[in-house]
Design a protein around this ligand. Structure first.
Ligand code: V47
Length: 359
């Protein structure tokens, strides 16, 4: 270890918060194994030998989107060849198909479709919650919530209260990308800005709705933008705690407006997972999202600070539109084996990280 790395290691081991400068130093370092070792120590403090996963069903209600972010291959125009919107009945049937697989979560993320009102989402959430009260509904990214507030002429708080009343219990972490409006102007100028994204999560936390947060990395952002993003999330968690997990999402370029960019490397992905664990000292869980990392890197990420592999999913569409090479879903037994092989104890959790079963 060089002098600066020793200083950082001392801070990590004494529970001293890492600074922006420390984060940037970690990105500049080639000492991947030391960074991984420190992140693993922090992971152990948070979750001991457990690695979490859940049994869930992803549902993408529509792909028609007015935002058309440069990095996204999922959203399409209404007049494009393959637009779709599920009716409430179709959504219910699609969701129900996975219920006998023992799912504990519906993960519902869609698009900014101007024809879908708040009532549409409320109806679907209500129907799912009334029929399957034991399944937690994690739905609508902050970006979708800001859009629904705008088109319904309601405040963010009012929309959240209506959704909560309908049965929404958690909000996924999408739409954060990089929380810097200079970058957002370039990537996604037509959707929620940084402050709006943060306001949704702050308000949700104040209303007792747990949320996740993400970072889309490996596109036009710099290492400094990544570290600033992590510090922004850390600050919000200090002010209004409620983030359960952080999910770093490596950018997949295929079929996107940035298809000229290279895919992220394994080193960058592992370093980013480890640095996230070290910088985000107040967010308990770091997810290695197997869909885009691929199974081998996701499994190795468990030695680099991640303590969660996300879920069975059944049918993933957003990342697969952008060229994800993984299967669209994964069997629970496969996840359990991956975790055991990596030397950890598989812990099936619900959305809120209550442990349901240890394997
Ligand atoms: O916000 C879109 C990202 C996100 C691409 O909260 C892309 O538990 C890479 O947030 N390459 C949606 N990423 C998915 C998401 C998520 C996933 C799993 C679990 C949770 C959770 C949340 O996907 C978007 C965007 O950042 N995304 N296109 C792409 N081409």
């Amino acid at each position: 270890m060089d002098k600066k790395m020793r200083e950082i290691a001392d801070k990590v081991r004494n529970g001293v918060r890492l600074s922006k400068e420390d984060g940037l130093y970690l990105y500049s370092s080639n000492d991947l194994l030391t960074i991984g070792m420190l992140a693993r120590e922090k992971k152990k403090e948070a979750s001991n030998d457990y690695i979490f996963f859940n049994v869930n069903r992803h549902i993408n209600l529509t792909n028609i989107c007015i935002s058309r972010c440069k990095f996204c291959a999922f959203g399409v125009d209404e007049n494009s060849p393959k637009p779709y919107t599920m009716t409430s009945d179709e959504a219910f049937a699609y969701a129900s198909k996975a219920v006998d697989q023992g799912i504990t979560e519906f993960h519902i993320v869609s698009a900014l479709n101007p024809r879908l009102t708040l009532d549409y989402y409320v109806e679907i959430i209500k129907r799912l919650k009334t029929t399957y009260p034991h399944i937690i509904i994690q739905a609508l990214t902050a970006v979708e919530i800001v859009y629904l507030a705008q088109i319904s002429n309601l405040s963010i708080k009012e929309v959240l209260l209506i959704l909560k009343e309908a049965g929404l219990e958690a909000i996924p972490g999408g739409g954060a990308e990089i929380l810097d409006d200079r970058i957002r102007k370039e990537l996604c100028p037509r959707k929620a800005n940084s402050e709006e994204w943060l306001e949704v999560h702050r308000t949700a936390h104040e209303l007792g709705i747990k949320t996740n947060c993400t970072m889309l990395f490996g596109h036009i952002e710099s290492y400094e933008d990544r570290i600033n993003h992590l510090i922004t999330l850390r600050r919000l968690q200090d002010e209004a705690p409620g983030f359960k997990a952080f999910i770093p999402l490596p950018f997949l370029p295929e079929n996107t407006g940035l298809s000229n960019l290279k895919k992220t490397s394994a080193v960058d992905e592992l370093k980013t997972i480890a640095i996230s664990r070290l910088m985000l000292d107040n967010i308990e869980h770091i997810k290695a999202f197997w869909v885009m990392l691929g199974i081998p890197i996701a499994q190795i990420a468990l030695q680099f600070g991640a303590d969660d592999l996300d879920g069975t999913i059944v049918e993933e569409r957003i990342m697969h539109a952008a060229g994800a090479k993984t299967d669209k879903g994964i069997a629970k037994e496969t996840i359990i084996n991956l975790i055991k092989e990596a030397g950890y104890v598989p812990a099936e959790r619900d959305t809120l990280y209550n442990i349901l079963k240890i394997y």
